[in-house]
Design a protein around this ligand. Structure first.
Ligand code: HDE
Length: 765
């Protein structure tokens, strides 16, 4: 039949599923759909299925949708075939000589299936193996031609499609999302002048100053090679041995021990290009630049105890969060900002801008907002897109150039190189997720898995047989070339120095910015940093390593070092000798932007997960009111029962629990409501999970609203008499409910209530 011999190898229906190819922004109203993935209390009946998440929302699309069409597969109404397109009659039984006889070697169908399966895996990334990705777009606020000729900034309002991958660093591909770790923040811009990859992290500095040390760093943090432990954790001897011997890592260690290493969501972290880059304009003038991504969702973190428990309850916590937000139309957004500064300014700074262990305080060079990135489409296929995407710092476009940061130099080599073995050869740029939207024509040929059909007999330049094509584009900054049509020209940075192995003088100062970072934190953030050092070092078996690290911390802040030492039951050692005794004085000693509290976000309770506990006999009307108010505000409400399924309220209505206390512990929620209803509360109190659930919410400083009898659960959970005096613990009965709802929503939007944080009260907690 026609459908079996279709001339269209790709998914011809898929385009409809994704809307118009030229629809670059989400359809109107798409971002305003409440994320209800549960049955609404008002419509609950036994036979109603759950509403599909975000079913009302069509993911927004961009030109990458069309470019990927050629490889989209549509199996609907089509038969199973082999890879050669031969229809398969029986996918259950191998070919045998008789029903009980031997299987036959000629069974090419079985052999093809098993052989393909045998080769299904590719090597995981050396670092950043665990990650999640999404499509979206970048929109420039203004034309930036004054600073750069880079295509994404060419015009006000210009839209460039992007693919972004977030990741942890140390863990293997299947490791938990909530490890204490740096997070990767890699953005591929499919610009019309070629692909530009901005491969950054969620912290603005790095452990080391020179690429020469990267393999050592990674060998130290990865599972120890003799026994392969621990997975996705820096809390072990080899890591702390290495970093305590490398004082240049101290500043980054402060970030790693801070709450930045435990993001609540990939959507709630900043991104940084880390290195100093160069922008170059059409006239060939250059300015130094640092890239910043600021999440409009704000910066929020997990507590360590939460992170530990989530890693058991939902190891895919961040992957799920990103996927569900995008599916539901809650498209995460980041503002791109630039710190721009001249070489002359840089020369005057107390630190070296080529040193990736240093940041430039925003008080010294402000961040100029230049555009907005929106992630609005989940991948079709995890492997084909998120796993095969190849980010390379070498992928720059005219207008973007490198500085001489020696760490960046190593990266320019490493990323292309690693893809060659990871993705099986030099043609990884042809994998659909990696191929540019800009056209590609050159004389590179052949290699494993080549897809392009280069035509004709000419594969060299210069040539006359192909009319000299493809021809050199010339220099974009040259007066003779037409503006914008020239090729990539490196900035002609003058070099006249001896060839040496060494470091510039200012690289030797290792502590001032670690101190700046610590002094810029709020009390509770400081307490968490202290706790994190204590925890990590308590896992280090060799006392000399602990002691060496403490001696380094003395140089950052003697009080911090003393608290950590006390927590380890150790004496405080003398300060580690410094490499530079009289460093230049820092320009800035406190920088508000370094605290996570500086970016609370603009999203209120949108996408916040709120649990409403239910049982047989709960009081219905108050729940309904809360449910409606919360979903209206964009929160995701879950009814959590002692089991999943339908429960009957005191007044006869039915409510369905989509989660249970057993399958969804408190750490998976941002806030909870304890229901009203005498009998229900008595039953809930006897459930073995309820009181632990409430204790965790309380300990983790989350918002709790107790309705009527529900407050008895707080007493039973032993969260303390006078608990209602605490921030974020709210009580209401029927008459006061209307007044308390906005207060509750406000409290949930605050993320958590640090004044309740035990870390600030008891350092050894
Ligand atoms: Fe990477 N890094 N890195 N890195 N890195 C990789 O490339 C490397 C560094 C970062 O989602 C690898 O494709 C060297 C800094 C991210 O696919 C590898 C050095 C920063 C990702 C590699 C660094 C990063 C990687 C492994 C020091 C923040 C994941 C797989 C000279 C600015 C990208 C791969 C993704 C991945 C090398 C240091 C960020 C081995 C040699 C600094 C976000 O090539």
């Amino acid at each position: 039949t026609d459908s079996l011999v279709s001339s269209q190898p790709y998914n011809s229906n898929k385009a409809l599923e994704y809307g118009h190819d030229n629809a670059l922004t989400p359809p109107p109203g798409a971002t305003a759909v409440p994320r209800s993935i549960t049955l609404t209390a008002s419509t609950a009946t036994e036979d109603t299925g759950t509403t599909k998440t975000g079913s009302a929302v069509r993911p927004g699309t961009n030109p990458t949708v069309a470019s990927l069409n050629r490889v989209r597969v549509d199996a609907s109404d089509r038969p199973l075939t082999t890879n050669q397109g031969v229809r398969i009659s029986d996918n259950q039984n191998s070919l045998k000589a008789g029903l009980r006889g031997p299987s036959l070697l000629e069974d090419f169908i079985l052999r093809e299936k098993i052989t393909h399966f045998d080769h299904e895996r590719i090597p995981e990334r050396i670092v950043h193996a665990r990650g999640s990705g999404a499509h979206g777009y970048f929109k420039a606020y203004d034309a930036l031609g004054k600073y750069t000729s880079a295509a994404p900034f060419a015009e006000e309002g210009k839209i460039t499609p992007v693919f972004v991958r977030f990741s942890t660093v140390a863990g293997e591909r299947g490791s938990k999302d909530t490890a204490r770790d740096v997070r990767g923040f890699a953005v591929k811009f499919y610009s019309d002048e070629g692909n530009w990859d901005l491969v950054g992290n969620n912290m603005p500095v790095f452990f080391i100053q020179d690429a020469m040390k990267f393999p050592d760093l990674v060998h130290a943090v990865k599972p120890e090679p003799h026994h392969g432990m621990p997975q996705a954790a820096s809390a072990h001897d080899t890591f702390w041995d290495f970093v305590s011997l490398m004082p240049e890592s101290t500043h980054m260690l402060m970030w790693l021990m801070s709450d930045r290493a435990l993001p609540r969501s990939y959507r709630m972290m900043q991104g940084f290009g880390v290195h100093t880059f160069r922008l170059v304009n059409e006239q060939g003038q250059s300015i130094f630049c640092k890239f910043h991504w600021k999440p409009l969702q704000g910066t929020h973190a997990l507590l360590w105890d939460e992170a530990v428990k989530i890693s058991g309850a939902d190891p895919d916590f961040h992957r799920r969060d990103l996927w569900e937000a995008i599916e539901s139309g809650e498209f995460p957004e980041w503002e791109l900002g630039l710190q721009l500064f001249t070489e002359e300014q840089a020369a005057g700074f107390s630190f070296d801008v080529l040193d990736a262990t240093k940041l430039i305080p925003e008080e010294l060079v402000p961040v100029l907002p230049v555009g907005l990135m929106v992630l609005n489409r989940n991948p079709d296929n995890f492997f084909a897109e998120t796993e095969q995407v190849a980010f390379c710092t070498a992928h720059v476009i005219p207008g973007i150039d490198f500085s001489n940061d020696p760490l960046l130099a190593g990266r320019i080599h490493s990323y292309v190189d690693t893809q060659i073995s990871r993705l099986g050869g030099a043609n990884f740029h042809e994998i659909p997720i990696n191929s540019p939207l800009a056209s590609v024509q050159n004389n590179q040929r052949d290699g494993m898995h080549r897809q392009a059909l280069n035509r004709g007999r000419v594969a060299y330049e210069p040539n006359s047989l192909a009319g000299g094509c493809p021809f050199q584009a010339g220099a974009s900054q040259s007066a003779v070339s037409q503006a914008g049509n020239g090729g990539f020209m490196p900035f002609p940075d003058r070099v006249s120095e001896d060839k040496v192995r060494g470091k510039p003088e200012k690289f030797a100062e290792h502590y001032l910015q670690a101190t700046l970072f610590f002094n810029s934190q709020t009390a509770v953030e400081k307490a968490h940093i202290t706790d994190a050092f204590r925890f990590e070092l308590s896992k280090v078996a060799v006392p000399a390593i602990r002691s060496r690290m403490l001696s380094s911390l003395v140089n950052v802040c003697p009080e911090l070092a003393a608290e950590v030492a006390a927590g380890l039951g150790m004496d405080l050692p003398d300060a580690m000798p410094k490499a530079i005794l009289e460093p230049q004085l820092p320009e800035v000693t406190v920088s508000a932007a370094l605290s996570m509290m500086a970016l609370p976000g603009e999203c209120g309770v949108r996408t916040r997960q709120v649990a409403i506990l239910i049982e047989e006999g709960i009081q219905y009307s108050s729940l309904l009111r809360l449910y409606d108010a919360l979903t209206e505000a964009g929160a995701v409400v879950h009814f959590v029962g002692p089991r999943i399924g339908i429960f009957t309220c005191a007044s006869g209505e039915k409510v369905e629990a989509d989660r249970s206390l057993e399958n969804s512990p408190a750490v998976l929620f941002d806030a909870a409501v304890l229901p009203d209803g005498n009998e229900a509360i008595r039953a809930l109190a006897t459930n073995k999970h309820t009181l632990g659930f409430i204790k965790d919410l309380y300990q983790h400083c989350k918002t709790i609203l107790a309705l009527g009898d529900g407050r008895e659960l707080l007493d039973r959970a032993g969260v303390g008499p006078g608990v209602e005096e605490n921030e974020g613990i709210l009580m209401a009965d029927n008459s006061s409910l209307a007044a308390i709802v906005p207060e509750f929503i406000h409290a949930v939007a605050a993320h958590r209530h640090p004044s309740r944080d035990p870390a600030t009260k008891d350092p050894a907690s």
